[in-house]
Design a protein around this ligand. Structure first.
Ligand SMILES: Cc1ncc(COP(=O)(O)O)c(C=O)c1O
Length: 437
């Protein structure tokens, strides 16, 4: 019966090999991290922390967790780390649980402007419903509107300000966030999930001198297993010497049970990999590739949110083709062998389900060894897809959107031009292994 599952896994591997991945939050892990994930560590229960577990038989799990923590502390220059969060969303919840009471105020970047659901998105999320969420935005240049943020902070006196991004193409100015947090006595929490690989390689300013608490997923530019970690800085410990203990307690017993030990081992390996000089080159190339991709898309006349990128990601603003065109473009690109995701743009004129943007990033293709030359080629394919389907606009009657998309997908699946591009993409993609140093 396991063959059925392994057959599907093989198909997924083939899909990844013959397509080009541009989802900025994904990465291909090293063979060593993969090996750790499939190891016997998965079979062990170890609720608690090294030296104080609720289960016996954790001598080697303790060694692994201590190693992971020590390596991450060294890599990022922080005195405290917890490597047990199951993923980024529970990690953010654990931080809030440690420092906030229900109903207290949190401030994060609006989802439609590049923030994450867990940064206080109203109504539908835990962070938006259990806390009083006040959200800041971006200005006309699509940069964080610090004047607006300051005004809101003075008005609402948040307990925590979240500096983090999931679809924001520019560097985060942690110093500016710190100044505002100090003015109102707020904690500064940095969610660097997207940019950790860039931060450790010196390609993005570090939040460590400015933030009190840092959260990062481990599977994005950091290129480790799916997981997350919470760091507390010297500054955070100065303000509350018990902050680390509070975070530990909020993970277990607060929110979680046993840690995923295979993931912990993967984090220990990824942290060592991130210390290698090759990782620095990798992070540099991520940014070079993003510049090359963005540059070529703009040469084709495509508009990027904020007119460019300073990181690994960019958001294409498709409104010149038509509002709510992101779904069609992302789907047609997938048929043509290039997978990315539709995304809202700042001041989205359509809706989150039918957004007008497309989010693109270069961590996946850079891990495979692709360089600027391939980025230019990929941008040309994306432009060809967009031009090819440009007549496929949402009908004016909103009630017809669902049916239109369903029919559009059928048309796209049969489309010979998209199939032709797919064949070209495959020839190029298969020249590159999934992971290359
Ligand atoms: C900035 C940021 N924070 C948190 C998360 C949540 O991580 P996860 O999907 O692992 O729960 C993400 C994931 O996209 C993210 O981009």
């Amino acid at each position: 019966m396991s063959e059925i599952v392994f057959n599907i896994i093989e198909k997924e591997e083939q899909r990844q090999k013959e397509m080009v991945g541009l989802i900025p939050s994904e990465n291909h892990i090293s063979p060593e991290v993969r090996k750790a994930l499939g190891s016997v560590l998965s079979s062990k229960y170890s609720e608690g922390y090294p030296g104080r577990r609720y289960y016996e038989g954790n001598q080697f799990i303790d060694e692994i967790e201590n190693l992971a923590r020590d390596r991450v502390k060294k890599l990022l220059g922080v005195p405290y780390v917890n490597v047990q969060p199951y993923s980024g969303s529970p990690a953010n919840s654990a931080i809030y649980f440690a420092i906030l009471e229900p109903g207290e105020t949190i401030m994060g970047l609006k989802l439609a402007m590049g923030g994450h659901l867990t940064h206080g998105h109203p109504q539908v999320t835990f962070s938006g419903r259990y806390y009083n969420s006040v959200q800041y935005g971006v200005d006309k240049e699509a940069r964080i509107d610090f004047a607006g943020l300051r005004k809101l902070a003075h008005e609402h006196k948040p307990k925590v300000i979240v500096a983090g991004n999931t679809a924001y193409p520019f560097e985060l100015d942690f110093k500016a966030f710190r100044e505002i947090a100090d003015e109102v006595g707020a904690w500064l929490m940095a969610d660097i999930s997207h940019i950790t690989g860039l931060v450790v390689a010196g390609e993005h300013p570090s939040p460590v001198p400015y933030a009190d608490i840092i959260m990062t997923t481990t599977h994005k530019t950091f290129r480790g297993p799916r997981g997350a970690m919470i760091l507390v800085t010297e500054r955070g410990l100065e303000r509350d010497p018990d902050l680390g203990k509070k975070i530990d307690a909020s993970i277990i017993p607060g929110l979680q049970g046993g840690p995923h030990n295979a993931t912990t081992a993967g984090i220990a390996i990824a942290a060592a990999e991130a210390m290698r000089p090759e990782f620095k080159n990798y992070a540099k190339q991520i940014c070079r590739n993003a510049d090359a991709l963005a540059g070529r898309l703009m040469e084709h006349g495509l508009k990027l949110v904020g007119d460019g990128t300073e990181t690994h990601l960019m958001v294409v603003d498709l409104t010149s083709y038509g509002d709510g065109f992101g779904t069609q473009v992302a789907y047609a690109m997938d048929v043509a062998g290039i997978y990315a995701n539709r995304n809202t743009i700042p001041n989205e004129p359509c809706s989150p389900f039918y957004p007008s943007g497309l989010r693109l990033g270069t961590p996946l293709v850079t891990t495979r060894g692709m360089k600027e030359e391939e980025m230019v080629q990929i941008a040309d394919w994306i432009f060809r897809v967009i031009e090819h389907i440009k007549e496929e606009q949402l009908p004016t009657d909103k009630k017809k959107w669902g049916k239109f998309i369903k029919d559009f997908k059928k048309r796209a699946d049969q489309d010979t031009e998209l199939q032709k591009i797919r064949t070209e993409v495959k020839v190029m993609a298969e020249r590159f292994p999934l992971f290359r140093w």
